[in-house]
Design a protein around this ligand. Structure first.
Ligand code: SF4
Length: 346
């Protein structure tokens, strides 16, 4: 079996590297024709070839189930399209916008909520579209925060990111620049001191939100990449997706949250998996997610508690989905052992 020195993008390459059996080549070629595939050397190395249920493989190696579309699944699961005033901008909430500068990622997650729009060769914003997007941001003084997303903004070169950050830094009403990325985990070598330097805008707060789903993803190299950003004064938060067979047990989830805190990364969101096409095999129920959140609350530090969040389909935005500890009439509250206690009305 070969070890990967470059990102694996074809099913036959996955075969050569022992990630899929040869008899599944045809079936998985059909999946790869539909949804992009990319597994970086760091992630290929992390996959245990002897474990048929390896949680890292489950996130990145294509699966025949992806060709099965569930009845409620949809092309645009969180309804971005309805909130797109100009190309590349999603303006759903009053005080913040997404700026989707690139449609490529370092890896392609099998559960991706934007799987219909991301992939190699899908390109990013043209110079004219980028100018129009910046004009939109400049023309809307209520935009306090710009979230660089995609795709993954950290696949761009340091030079390109520097230009984007400089343009945002010049907008007086934009106070916060946030980047959503998986790169520090899946391609930690990309987080060079030069790249870290360009992320910080003068007189603006820069936040990085890391997408990470399993404690094994936080390798020594990934931890060092995150530390380079934290040490440079960039606060790190984490968002994780609750995934069946990856992190849907309290021990794994708790270990992930603790590892994040040990890396000075605050768990922010635990996303209920979106209704993206061909992802039912990776989704849990909301009741299962709530039970896991209860288990986290009972066993782990308050620092380790993310908010369990659902992006309501059709663009209605994010809502926390519990669990709720206060009774509906507000007269009793549940403690972390599951026992109820009366609480006075005022
Ligand atoms: S990194 Fe994010 S945008 Fe890219 S494939 Fe994974 S979930 Fe989708």
């Amino acid at each position: 079996m070969k070890s990967a020195s470059t990102t694996l993008r074809r099913v036959d390459e996955l075969c050569d590297h022992g990630l899929v059996p040869r008899e599944k080549l045809n079936e998985l070629a059909g999946v790869a024709a539909r949804y992009a595939v990319a597994i970086t050397p760091a992630m290929a190395e992390l996959i245990d070839r002897n474990d048929p249920h390896d949680p890292i493989a489950r996130q990145f190696v294509p699966d025949g189930h992806e060709l099965e579309n569930g009845p409620h699944e949809r092309r645009d699961p969180i309804g971005d399209d309805a909130f797109r005033p100009v190309e590349g901008i999603v303006h759903r909430y009053p005080d913040r916008v997404l700026l989707k500068i690139v449609n490529a990622c370092a890896v392609y997650c099998r559960f991706c909520f934007r799987r219909e729009t991301v992939g190699p060769g899908r390109g990013g914003l043209s110079p004219a579209a980028l100018t129009a997007a910046f004009d939109y941001i400049r023309g809307h003084p209520q935009i306090w925060e710009v979230i660089l997303s995609g795709g993954d903004p950290l696949v761009l070169s340091a030079r390109r990111l520097k230009e984007v950050v400089a343009q945002l830094a010049a907008v007086a009403h934009v106070k916060v620049i946030r980047l959503h990325t998986r790169v520090p985990v899946v391609a930690p070598e990309k987080i060079s001191p030069a790249l870290v330097r360009v992320l910080r805008a003068k007189n603006k707060a820069t936040f990085v939100v890391l997408h990470v789903n399993h404690p094994r993803e936080l390798t020594a190299k990934a931890r060092a990449a995150c530390a380079r950003m934290v040490d440079a004064g960039i606060p790190l938060l984490a968002q994780s997706v609750l995934l069946r067979g990856v992190n849907d047990d309290a021990e794994t989830l708790g270990a992930l949250m603790r590892a994040l805190i040990e890396c000075r990364i605050k768990p922010y969101y635990l996303h209920h998996a979106d209704l993206a096409p061909g992802t039912a095999h990776l989704r849990t129920t909301i009741a299962e997610g709530q039970a896991l959140m209860r288990a986290l609350r009972g066993r782990y530090s308050g620092l380790c508690q993310p908010t369990y969040i659902l992006d309501i389909p059709d663009g209605h935005g994010k809502s926390p989905i519990g669990p709720n500890y206060l009774s509906e009439d507000g007269t009793t509250v549940e403690d972390f052992h599951g026992r109820r206690h009366a609480y006075p009305p005022r």
